[in-house]
Design a protein around this ligand. Structure first.
Ligand code: FAD
Length: 348
């Protein structure tokens, strides 16, 4: 939010004024809306109309087990009953993009500490009014251009030339950029590209997919423009004008399934979430992002380099895959950029 404020894009994000999260359980059709308090004190856990059905306030103490936990999310939280199935598991899968029996509890703890643990004001569900580019990219480019930055897009980096412990030349497909003595590089490419450009750099090398399905359909937005689904194939249904979109995380398990059968199965979930929709499945587009994020496992966590992981004085690494302390998220990405900038301001 600080980043959005700085680039003048706060208003490009929209969402309910309060931290509310509508859910449906496909196992028995139960619907509920999680209604957090704005402040830090979680009074909502004491109110059966605002917490997860089938849970009592003591169940929420399970979250404390994440503190200092060394193993997986399932090891730390599994067996906690309905609170696990209806809240903690969906949260873990969405935030870590990795199945809970493999995902690191410490990364989940980092997310929980900065969301549920920080109070409802830190949990408002916001989505871009138009798209991620219009919120996070275009205003940032305009901000930089207004301050004299020369931005050149569509130039593929092919190699970095070194001179002792400095990068001296960036080789691009259409020419070279020679660095001056007071110039520096923030390398913000995906992990496999960084590994190619910086020999010897260890980076995450196992990935998880995210699936998005977009249906041409008109559904009335409820209290929030999305519904969380428990016990279905779909995990989150987002309602936009003329389109209903579904997100499925940790989706390597669905990559082999033909899009036709997957979209039919998911449509059943969408109709459960939005009962006014007709039974016939409308036109649907399935988008599979095979390497959406690195897998948030113990093994991959060890492979995430620090900002100075390349060992070069004028090169900082940035990206969701660097050692941000968070899973692969926009939040982690933005923080990694700030870390890279601070590092270079100190060292160059
Ligand atoms: C389907 C999907 C849904 C997601 N949903 C969410 C979400 O809801 N919330 C959330 O927080 N995160 C989400 N994420 C994760 C989020 O998108 C990433 O964490 C974030 O985009 C990573 O940013 P990045 O700058 O590290 O890398 P990227 O966004 O991958 O940027 C890397 C850039 O490097 C460029 N590049 C690559 N090779 C070269 C080269 N040789 N030379 C020059 N440039 C190069 C690429 O073109 C790209 O622009 C989602 C990801 C996916 C795929």
């Amino acid at each position: 939010m600080a980043y959005l404020a700085r680039i003048g894009a706060t208003d490009s994000m929209v969402g309910p004024p309060e931290p509310v999260f509508p859910f449906i359980d496909r196992a028995d059709g139960t619907r509920w809306v999680l209604r957090l308090d704005r402040g830090r004190m979680p009074f909502w856990i004491f109110d059966r109309n605002r917490r997860v059905p089938g849970t009592g306030w003591r169940d929420y103490l399970a979250l404390l087990r994440l503190r200092g936990a060394q193993g997986t999310v399932a090891e730390a939280l599994g067996g906690a009953g309905p609170i696990y199935r209806r809240l903690l598991e969906p949260l873990a899968v969405a935030a870590l993009n990795t199945a809970p029996d493999e995902a690191l509890a410490s990364l989940m703890q980092a997310v929980v500490a900065q969301t549920l643990g920080a109070g409802g004001a830190a949990c408002r569900p916001l989505v871009p009014r138009e798209g991620l580019s219009e919120s996070f990219i275009d205003p940032a480019l305009a901000w930089l251009r207004a301050r004299g930055a020369d931005i050149r897009l569509g130039r593929r980096m092919q190699g970095l030339e070194r001179n002792d412990d400095q990068i001296s030349v960036i080789h691009c497909a259409d020419g070279a950029v020679v660095l001056g003595p007071d110039e520096a590089v923030v390398l913000a490419v995906p992990a496999p590209v960084a590994a190619d450009l910086v020999p010897g750099l260890t980076v995450p090398d196992a990935f998880e997919a995210i699936l998005n399905l977009h249906y041409r359909a008109e559904a009335p937005p409820g209290e929030a423009p999305f519904v969380g689904i428990v016990g279905g194939v779909a995990e989150w249904v987002f309602i936009k004008p003329g389109i209903v979109s579904v997100t499925i995380s940790a989706a390597n398990r669905f990559l082999a399934e033909p899009p036709e059968s997957l979209s039919e199965r998911v449509w059943a979930d969408v109709r459960a979430a939005c009962p006014t929709l007709a039974p016939e499945m409308p036109q649907c587009r399935v988008v599979r992002e095979k390497r959406a994020t690195f897998a948030a496992t113990a093994m991959q966590q060890k492979r995430r380099p620090a900002v100075d992981g390349a060992g070069l004085a004028n090169l900082a690494l940035a990206g969701d895959w660097t050692a941000t302390g968070l899973p692969a998220t926009i939040e982690g990405t933005i923080r990694s950029g700030e870390t890279a900038a601070r590092f270079l301001l100190r060292h160059v």
